[in-house]
Design a protein around this ligand. Structure first.
Ligand SMILES: *[C@@H]1O[C@H](CO)[C@@H](O)[C@H](O)[C@H]1NC(C)=O
Ligand SMILES: *[C@@H]1O[C@H](CO)[C@@H](O)[C@H](O)[C@H]1NC(C)=O
Ligand SMILES: *[C@@H]1O[C@H](CO)[C@@H](O)[C@H](O)[C@H]1NC(C)=O
Ligand SMILES: *[C@@H]1O[C@H](CO)[C@@H](O)[C@H](O)[C@H]1NC(C)=O
Ligand SMILES: *[C@@H]1O[C@H](CO)[C@@H](O)[C@H](O)[C@H]1NC(C)=O
Ligand SMILES: CC(=O)N[C@H]1CO[C@H](CO)[C@@H](O)[C@@H]1O
Ligand SMILES: [Zn+2]
Length: 456
């Protein structure tokens, strides 16, 4: 921060000048995004997660961010990576119907609804000038986009120790020849454990503590390697979590014959594909079931609320979409697995996928680094805005290589930045050419006058 004293005013001028004349991307702070699956913002408590609590105090952080609908893992990680709404990028759930009306889960096809969609780790490298991306297990990252992979990737393998994932990330950032200026890293907990144990279990507490220790390990690495002021570190999650008890489970067999439709069900969300000619009957029976039970909602494609940004997608053609009300869920195979190990009374499952306005579905976001305000409580924003934020941090041309404009906007995230976007030296042009002298002169004059004013 530029504070008022003559000596510091001079330093500020030097800082402004060197930022403006930076010619290589190496001088841009690198951006690292760490995602902890299903980490609810209210899990952070000074007694349980002292390091994350301290990090949040020192960062720019809203109380929560809004997830995309449905509040599922692949949907939200791909929304953050592409800056596009689900209806545009086409990942509408973790498990969904493919083009042959068969179930698909984590396939190339699932992440390639539209070939023009490009994650930011590819767009970063498309911008050239020595930019390199490293992607650690982020959902969707092992597939090529427009035939391209990022410089560094590691595919999902939950046997790999979290600290060793961080060691790998650090090696990408510190690589002599191809240093990564953008890193995305995914950690599968506390989501994985909470699905089987619910939100208030001891097992989940252990995972929350494990997350806290991992954040500490990351911060220790940055400190030890003297990178704290060179890296913008974003710690976030994809969605929240809710506990489902056995009495809140919805059995579709109570409303429709299972001979007459195919389905893909994953907790609160269900895609129902009625057999040819049976659409109206299935819809009628489900609607009356929803009306009498008051436990779920039924939608034809065009009835889906606009605010979910889901309806305008061909993958919903012929589908009846069901959403459970908060704390309810549709019976599916995972629940049998859980029930096999317990009783109906003791049954606790974690679930997410509910309406993104449900407070339990809110996600975590905090950021610390040279370009961000410190100890700043921000207003909540949508996670689709992460793309424009990173694009700004890395001085990317978002529309390079004929990519379409994204749905996220800088407006929601600008509040986090030390200098607002408009007042920042235009790094995108300065990275290719020197800024014009009169621009530089006016910046220097403005800074100097401001410093003098405060000094008096
Ligand atoms: C999938 O189901 C829809 C709706 O019933 C139908 O129109 C379409 O032809 C089916 N596609 C295939 C490949 O079977
Ligand atoms: C996952 O990582 C473990 C531990 O490093 C390794 O033994 C195993 O082969 C890996 N699995 C796959 C599928 O790569
Ligand atoms: C719909 O409900 C009616 C009346 O309960 C029942 O006879 C019919 O079989 C149901 N249809 C389906 C597709 O389940
Ligand atoms: C953050 O700011 C609050 C007041 O806004 C202050 O009480 C607190 O001590 C500050 N924390 C840190 C770590 O600077
Ligand atoms: C989202 O972005 C896509 C691609 O640029 C565009 O086609 C679509 O209309 C946008 N959606 C909204 C709701 O603005
Ligand atoms: C693969 C490809 O076409 N990359 C190009 C993307 O755009 C940048 C400039 O914006 C070019 O430098 C890349 O060659
Ligand atoms: Zn998740």
């Amino acid at each position: 921060m530029c504070r008022p004293s003559v000596a510091i005013a001079v330093q500020c001028l030097v800082a402004v000048f060197s930022r403006a004349t930076a010619t290589t991307v190496k001088r841009h702070p690198a951006t690292v995004v760490m995602s902890f699956d299903g980490f609810r913002p209210d899990y952070i408590r000074p007694d349980l997660t002292p390091h994350m609590a301290q990090f949040r105090d020192a960062s720019a952080a809203p109380p929560y961010i809004r997830s995309a609908f449905p509040t599922k893992t692949f949907v939200n990680h791909f929304t953050m990576a592409t800056g596009l709404n689900p209806e545009t990028h086409g990942v509408l759930d973790n498990t969904m119907f493919d083009s042959h009306n068969e179930t698909m889960h984590y396939t190339y096809e699932q992440f390639h609804y539209d070939e023009t969609v490009v994650p930011i780790w590819i767009q970063n490298e498309n911008n050239g000038e020595g930019r390199h991306s490293g992607v650690m297990m982020w959902p969707g990252s092992e597939f090529p986009y427009q035939g391209k992979h990022p410089t560094y990737t590691e595919i999902y393998n939950n046997s790999i120790h979290w600290n060793s994932r961080i060691d790998t990330i650090m090696s990408w950032i510190e690589d002599e020849n191809q240093p990564a200026n953008l890193v995305f890293a995914y950690f599968e907990e506390p989501d994985k454990t909470s699905h089987r144990k619910g939100v208030n279990s001891q097992e989940i507490k252990n995972q929350i503590v494990r997350v806290d220790n991992t954040v500490k390990y990351m911060l220790d690495q940055l400190k030890y390697k003297n990178l704290e002021e060179k890296i913008n570190l974003i710690i976030l999650s994809d969605h929240g979590m809710e506990t489902v008890t056995y009495d809140k489970i919805i059995f579709l067999d109570d409303y429709i014959s299972n001979m007459i439709y195919k389905s893909v069900i994953s907790g609160p969300n269900a895609f129902i594909l009625p057999n040819i000619g049976k659409f109206d009957e299935v819809y009628t029976n489900l609607s009356s079931g929803a009306y009498t039970s008051k436990t779920f909602y039924v939608f034809k494609k065009y009835e889906l609320p606009d605010r979910w940004h889901m309806k305008n997608n061909a993958r919903l053609n012929g589908i009846i979409y069901l959403l459970a009300k908060p704390s309810y869920a549709f019976w599916y195979s995972l629940y049998q697995t859980i029930l096999d190990k317990t009783t109906k009374e003791m049954f606790r499952a974690g679930a997410h996928g509910y309406d993104n306005e449900d407070p339990q579905m809110r996600a975590l976001f905090m950021v610390s680094g040279p370009m961000f305000k410190k100890n700043f409580t921000a207003q909540p924003f949508d996670n689709v805005d992460l793309y424009p934020l990173i694009s700004h941090l890395l001085a990317l041309d978002e529309t390079a290589n004929y990519s379409r404009p994204v749905n996220g906007s800088i407006a929601g995230v600008e509040q986090l930045l030390l200098s607002s976007k408009s007042s920042i030296v235009d790094t995108s042009s300065s990275s290719t050419s020197s800024p014009s002298l009169h621009v530089l002169a006016s910046i220097i004059a403005a800074t100097y006058i401001q410093a003098l004013k405060k000094y008096q």
